[in-house]
Design a protein around this ligand. Structure first.
Ligand code: NAD
Length: 493
């Protein structure tokens, strides 16, 4: 593992007007490293006055930023890309420290975020609109216009990647962006603020307000914030969506997930076992793309045996980081305890693992694989958000499909098979926004957009790709007719 050392970074201020800025609030939130179970920093539990101030600042720069040509705005993204590459180690370290990921895993997440930055550099060609003559002497021009001051609210599990889903497209399209990062993992968002300044972003185009519920509600209610993007649990996503849209603002709120991998006996043994393991255990299962249910069709025993063999070689702290908090640790182990009580076969038990040396107080939970799980049990129904894979055995594809379709969420689904016909059937019938065929984590690469269905998303469209560009812009259509004269240039010459 890249070595993580304990250090207290002290109080981290908000980021307003291009520099660190004290909150009006004296309330503080403790940021605890899951590697050490110790405070590594504090952030302000900011109040509405802080938010109002940030909004006023953003409003003051909006006329300039929104009218700047898109090539100059995109230039900031070219610079940001290089800065992210240059500072990859620094940013990955901060992500690992407050989130509990391994440094390697953190780097992978930065690369994914950087893809959106790269996509944003292409906006000068994507935002060039359309223009044509629609009738004799009449032209119609369509352009993508920024909305105004907009905001993003992000979760703990990808402290840099999820903000990077939003920031590049929101600001390159000409908006001013206010970020409320997760109070559990705020360090990397502030670092991104520094990088944006270094990239040449004018002060006030991007602000970070630390805090919790009050700031989220303030963002939903503020009449000068015109659009809200949210990523987090479904319960809060739904609330943020309805509260924001009730005031007429645009909202896109991505929620939780319960993703299924359908495994057919004809699937390739090695790559399927690896795919199941990577999908369910990557980021210690704390990602919305984690497939936490494997639905076996008929006899998939050889694949499960291979999975268990590979999983037994997984090393805590090397292949997998920690759980985010003590509370989350207990919530996850409760799912395992319950499944055990109900009669699940525990093929691998991650409870009571020996922690890696030097991190004895960390929130470590090992790979857990539960077999012969009943589709009605809580571990098969609810989002666990931990390194727990439940295996459900079925007799037919129809039964497997019914289980996938029956779940309320719809972020992703995957199928492992060598049959094109089966793959086609599953991808056509799965009720999810992102489908993997022999890929356990089917995150679309840019410019294909990221977003789920059903209870995994409230709002229309997706957060990245062209769909993200549409979310952060208004379409303007100008229809023009100019007085005609026979030879207009003659009056000048
Ligand atoms: P969370 O919902 O607890 O928090 C997300 C944000 O909402 C944070 O900024 C937090 O401060 C704020 N918040 C929390 N409680 C609130 C309340 N009562 N009122 C107003 N705001 C509140 O989510 P989390 O635990 O940080 O992240 C994990 C969740 O995020 C999982 O459910 C996961 O599936 C989901 N997630 C989804 C995606 C996706 O693309 N669909 C991506 C990443 C994470």
């Amino acid at each position: 593992m890249g070595k993580i050392n304990f250090k207290n970074y002290g109080h981290q201020k908000n980021w307003i007007s291009g520099s660190y800025f004290d909150s009006i609030s004296t309330e503080k939130i403790s940021v605890v490293s899951p590697y050490f179970d110790k405070e590594i920093a504090t952030v302000s539990d900011s109040n509405i006055k802080d938010l109002n101030f940030a909004v006023e600042k953003s409003k003051s720069i909006f006329p300039y930023w929104s009218r700047l040509n898109v090539r100059d705005r995109a230039e900031v993204m070219f610079q940001l890309k290089s800065i992210l590459e240059k500072n990859m180690d620094e940013l990955a370290y901060l992500i690992a420290l407050d989130n509990g990921k391994t440094v390697q895993d953190a780097k992978g997440s930065i690369l994914r975020g950087k893809e959106v930055v790269e996509f944003a550099t292409s906006l000068p060609s994507l935002l060039n609109g359309e223009s044509s003559q629609v009738a004799d002497g009449i032209t119609c021009t369509l352009s993508y216009e920024p909305i105004g001051v907009v905001a993003g609210i992000t979760p703990f599990n990808f402290p840099a990647m999820v903000p990077l889903w939003m920031i590049p497209l929101a600001i390159t399209t000409g908006n001013c962006f206010i970020l409320k990062p997760s109070e559990q993992t705020p360090l990397s968002a502030l670092k991104i603020a520094e990088y944006l300044k270094e990239a040449g972003l004018p002060d006030d185009v991007f602000q970070v307000i630390n805090g919790s519920r009050d700031i989220v509600e303030g963002i939903c209610d503020h009449t000068d914030i015109k659009a809200v993007a949210f990523v987090g649990s479904s319960k809060i996503a739904k609330t943020v969506y309805s509260r924001s849209t009730s005031l007429g603002k645009r909202a896109l709120c991505l929620g939780g997930a319960k993703n299924h991998m359908i495994v057919v006996p004809d699937a390739d043994l090695d790559s399927t076992a690896k795919g199941l393991l990577a999908s369910s255990m990557g980021s210690a299962g704390q990602r919305c793309m984690a497939a936490s249910v494997a639905v076996g069709v008929a006899n998939i025993d050889p694949i499960i045996q291979q999975l268990v063999k590979e999983a037994n070689e997984f090393k805590l702290g090397v292949d997998m980081g920690t759980i985010i908090s003590k509370g989350a640790f207990h919530r996850i182990t409760k799912f395992i305890d319950e499944a055990e009580k109900m009669g699940a076969d525990i093929l691998i038990d991650g409870r009571n693992m020996t922690p890696p040396k030097d991190y004895e107080n960390g929130y470590w939970l090992g790979v857990t694989i539960l077999d012969n799980v009943n589709p009605d049990w809580s571990c098969a129904q609810e989002e666990i958000f931990g390194p727990v894979l439940s295996i459900i055995r079925t007799e037919s594809l129809e039964q497997a499909m019914k289980i996938e379709n029956g779940n309320a969420y719809g972020n992703a689904a995957a199928v492992f098979t060598t049959s094109g016909e089966i793959a086609k059937t599953i991808s056509e019938n799965a009720s999810a926004g992102m489908i993997g065929i022999n890929i356990g984590v089917p995150v679309p690469r840019e410019p294909y957009s990221f977003g789920g269905w059903n209870e995994s998303k409230y709002g229309h469209g997706d957060i990245t790709g062209k769909s993200g560009v549409h979310f952060w812009t208004n379409l303007k259509k100008v229809t023009a007719r100019w007085p005609e004269s026979e030879e207009p240039w003659k009056k000048y010459f």
